[in-house]
Design a protein around this ligand. Structure first.
Ligand SMILES: Cc1cc2nc3c(=O)[nH]c(=O)nc-3n(C[C@H](O)[C@H](O)[C@H](O)COP(=O)(O)OP(=O)(O)OC[C@H]3O[C@@H](n4cnc5c(N)ncnc54)[C@H](O)[C@@H]3O)c2cc1C
Ligand SMILES: NC(=O)c1ccc[n+]([C@@H]2O[C@H](COP(=O)([O-])OP(=O)(O)OC[C@H]3O[C@@H](n4cnc5c(N)ncnc54)[C@H](O)[C@@H]3O)[C@@H](O)[C@H]2O)c1
Length: 448
């Protein structure tokens, strides 16, 4: 029987998951991969650790390679950019690394072209020396090289989302003066309600990071082609290096006019990761994803989602019907000693998407009072719907590593557990780990 020819465009987290699944489980598929970059599977989350000197090199930040994929049976073309897709002819036109342009035929196509950093519309000065984005391995290399070879005293980090906050810590650890600029009134405002972001803002300020909130970037300004300041709608910030981290947009230029797209341009997919063309699947940051917390399709750019969507697409392409179960956008951050994790909707975000919600808060020691060492407080907020009392979000913060607790809330949202059932959930007790009246039970039990 003829094999199914599968072409995968993009081989980072989403592409890697799809390719590995196809080569390991579906010998009926012949897999060809094109990626325009020279490396794959770069863990962007390690970028700040590397820049901040918490790990000695970036070499360990990859978990796969083109060689490994080829060994598993895929045909891999790196530095090969797909320029055009013809969905009627089922072909892709590719510029290979040697400059030659070729046309390849597919039975099934998997788009894993990811995302690109957002640039504010019409912004000037992006081409100045020492201004950069932070997305791929080469961006991390550039930042490290700039810090090593140039006289940098002040770094402006524009965007106090996950990327910006992690990088602010990294540059500060590097001994630089850091200005963290955001148009919101606090850091991480998309992921946490104010009681939690207040903790993070204080943490950042206590470590000497200057917080410049309620400021929208207007432009980068330089002298002789080199950055000298960031101009916002409120102030001018002198600096000699700047990173722009105000979010990602889906990279869908290749097929946005040929497939149905979401309001931000992401390819619209179904539970099988299938696009509006039945022969074409889309995965990872270039596609939509079902958000169980708001019970709606959404755009949530995370490596975790990219991997899961890659697995789902590969099984469906390979011949096993598999439905994606949706996500909660679970995430976490560790800045100096402060750990914060969240899943689902914040109270603020629930209101923005039109869901009437309530929150129950609790704060307590991780373990009984008699455990005198390594026993910090943990703060928790559980968000639930007012109408049916289903849990739709949770946030936790502590200097203690309580991060594994958030997974239970992720599952609770996915499985539509009510706050009342959560209050009676069997949670074990042992002084080494937690309290008999632990903060999870107590937060749920004291809900209105
Ligand atoms: C600094 C940083 C830290 C992060 N930390 C975390 C974290 O801690 N946890 C988390 O879950 N997520 C994190 N993320 C987000 C995560 O990196 C992304 O969600 C993830 O990379 C998405 O994977 P993807 O494979 O869908 O897309 P991408 O990583 O964007 O990869 C797309 C691939 O497609 C290729 N490509 C694009 N167009 C073409 C074309 N026309 N032809 C050929 N190839 C093409 C690109 O070269 C690239 O290799 C972080 C991101 C950054 C930047
Ligand atoms: N630990 C993690 O899970 C982790 C780490 C890094 C990145 N990521 C993911 O990567 C993606 C990108 O992260 P990100 O930090 O770039 O985006 P983000 O959406 O987390 O944050 C962007 C920030 O930029 C601000 N902003 C937007 N426009 C602005 C403007 N014109 N001027 C000033 N500020 C402006 C926003 O208010 C927001 O705070 C996200 O999906 C994020 O979840 C996750």
């Amino acid at each position: 029987m003829a094999k199914t020819k599968v072409i995968v465009i993009g081989a980072n987290h989403a592409g890697t998951a799809a390719i590995n699944t196809l080569t390991s489980s579906y010998p009926n598929c012949e897999v060809t991969v094109y990626d325009r970059n020279s490396n794959i599977s770069f863990l962007g989350c390690g970028m700040a650790l590397w820049i901040g000197g918490q790990i000695s090199s970036g070499d360990g930040l990859f978990y796969n390679s083109p060689e490994k994929m080829e060994k598993a049976g895929a045909e891999v073309h790196m530095q090969a950019e797909v320029l055009h897709v013809d969905p009627k002819a089922q072909t892709v036109e590719v510029r290979l690394h040697n400059g030659q342009t070729v046309v390849d035929h597919y039975d099934k196509l998997i788009l894993a072209t990811g995302s690109l950093p957002i640039d504010p519309p019409g912004i000037e000065g992006l081409d100045l020396e020492n201004v950069q984005h932070v997305k791929i391995y080469q961006d991390a290399e550039l930042a490290i090289n700039t810090l090593a070879t140039k006289k940098i005293e002040t770094v402006a980090v524009v965007g106090a989302g996950y990327v910006g906050v992690e990088l602010a810590e990294a540059f500060r650890r590097h001994g630089k003066k850091v200005k963290l600029i955001d148009m919101a009134d606090r850091a991480l405002s998309a992921y946490y309600d104010r009681p939690f972001t207040d903790l993070m803002d204080k943490n950042l300020a206590d470590h000497g990071i200057e917080l410049c909130f309620n400021e929208k970037i207007i432009k980068f300004v330089g002298e002789n082609g080199v950055l000298t300041k960031v101009v916002t709608d409120k102030a001018e910030h002198a600096c000699d290096m700047a990173v722009l981290a105000i979010g990602f947009r889906p990279n869908t230029a290749l097929m946005k006019d040929q497939l149905s797209t979401f309001k931000n341009g992401a390819y619209i997919v179904d539970r099988h990761q299938q696009t509006s063309d039945p022969n074409i699947y889309a995965i990872g940051d270039c596609a939509t994803i079902y958000d169980n917390s708001q019970e709606a399709w959404a755009y949530i750019a995370l490596a975790t989602n990219a991997v899961r969507s890659g697995l789902v697409a590969a099984h469906n392409v390979g011949g096993t019907t598999l439905d994606a179960i949706g996500v909660q956008g679970s995430n976490g951050i560790n800045i100096y000693d402060l750990k914060m994790v969240s899943t689902g909707l914040t109270l603020e975000r629930a209101a923005k998407v039109g869901i009437e919600a309530l929150a129950t808060d609790f704060e307590d020691l991780q373990r009984p009072e008699f455990m005198e060492v390594d026993n910090p407080k943990v703060k928790i907020r559980i968000v639930y719907r007012k109408d049916n009392r289903q849990v739709i979000g949770c946030q936790m913060a502590s200097t203690y590593d309580m991060s594994m607790g958030i997974h239970m809330f992720s599952l609770a949202i996915q499985e539509k557990v009510t706050i009342d059932r959560l209050a009676l959930t069997d949670i074990f007790f042992l002084p080494h780990f937690n309290k008999p009246y632990n903060y999870i039970t107590m937060a749920a039990y004291t809900a209105k």
